[in-house]
Design a protein around this ligand. Sequence first.
Ligand code: ZN
Length: 325
Amino acid sequence: MKRLLPVVWIALTLSLALGLVSAQDGADPTDTSLDALPPGATPAPLPTRMPRPAPSARVNGERASLAIFFETLPQGTTGLLYVSGEAVSGVRARFIDQLIDFYPISGDGFYGMISANMEQAPRRYPLDVFVSYDDGTREPINTEVELVLGGFITQEVNIPQDKGNLLGPDVERNELARLESIFGSVTLERWWDETGFQMPILAQLTSPFGAFRAFNSTLNTRHTGWDIRSTLGTPVMASAAGRVVYAGMMDIRGSYVMIDHGYGVYSGYAHLSQTHVTRGQTVAKGQIIGMTGDNGRTSGPHFHWEITVNGEWVDSVQFITMWMP
Ligand SMILES: [Zn+2]
């Protein structure tokens, strides 16, 4: 990280603390409406994990039963499935273009997550679950899942002229393709534990996942994660245990860390001023992996946090609030 003059540092820290500088992902620095709370407003409580819900639906096969823990699947969200039965040795599922491996929980059953692309057309889609048994036989359990609109907001955002080169559609396309080549592969190891995932910074959420964004009135794009309010140099924690699959610079995300948590779940941490991990390293839940910064496609210091499930960008807040073993 480049050292700032102490005076500049203090001025910047002070103005951020006073809410004078907006700290959004490319937001207009003069528009604090996305980031600042109105005077006297009470900050929203931080998202917390929900208790285990009752299944919304059950579909019985000959020897096993599929439980579905959600009513409908909004665009850009994740849903939990559960299969239990005698002598089940493995479970896979097919949903839209995803092939999902379920993970075993000893003495319980098999859990799997399906996710919906934020642009997937709302309608009913087949969900085909394949249950394998100890005796080598296999049984399909077929049902449908209703995918509904995600209810995303629209944002006009502006970044400084000197970052105008980051508004080219090729820059975005290339970066997304590079990331997809990383989070497209599935590691059959569950790194997280029964406590689930956590926020990487315990601070106010600002700009939401999935927002339709018009950058400087020239580039239309989607927000792949959530922004969290932070000053420069706030410690960033790993949302769960995993293995670091990327630690380095990207054009839009700036200094970036991505962690593989297994079974198709990855988390990403962007615009960092420092990274404390390297590729290949394993990390524990809550471990400090870096410090917040403002490099990449930003208009000021803030933190961008994102999660992918089965190769799709999903709402990271919905993901961590969802109960899963
Ligand atoms: Zn962001």
